[in-house]
Write a protein that binds this ligand. Sequence first.
Ligand code: NAD
Length: 215
Amino acid sequence: MQKVSPKTIGRLSLYRGLLENLRQDGNSTVFSHELAAAANCSAAQVRRDLMSIEYSGSPVHGYQVTELIDRIDIFLDRPEGTNVALVGVGNLGRAVLDYFRARRPKISIVAAFDINENKTDRVILGCPVYPMSRLADIVTAKNILVGIVTVPAASAQQVAERLIRADVKGILNFAPIRLKVPHHVYVEDVDITMCLEKVAYFSWLRTEERGVRAS
Ligand code: NAD
């Protein structure tokens, strides 16, 4: 399979979401510059990304929206789908379970785990929640490839190690620590605090710049 950078994969996922919105609004074609404007990148970037997945639509006459969505689906999704486990059914874990309920047809959170007995052996937000002692056998039985870590920072590394021992190949980490994982495991960190601090910093910078220009 062709190797594509994580940034390109991120943009393809973004394009797909934008294309789905366009289709819902009744559009059947889109030009690369229109997709680029919606994705906040250049038309050349869009064309490069689509070439990297060997999409041969015509940038001159516009891309067929449905055809392009199908092409991105084929590239990003495994035909049999990807099963995901979530560990830590607290405030954030619940929000993630609720948000992803039937959101993507090819990615499903099929199991959740927690150390708190009050949360296990029941279904929460449509997802069965198991005790940690069952993690390895459930990951194998449900053919789970990806783990989502929504436990406190102090437990995140050991939870990641248990997921990796159970043979997951990718981790979406919400805990505010950098996980140490072997090379064969892909990790993506999500840090809303860092994002908010960046926005706050650049908002402040722009206020300062406007103040300098105005004076
Ligand atoms: P929470 O206390 O509400 O939930 C944590 C859950 O993890 C609880 O259900 C707890 O029983 C379970 N848990 C604890 N240790 C465990 C272990 N060893 N194995 C399995 N389950 C375990 O916390 P929260 O507010 O949902 O936050 C969860 C994590 O997400 C924290 O690390 C927090 O810092 C982080 N967080 C990240 C973002 C972000 O933007 N990335 C935003 C909010 C919270």
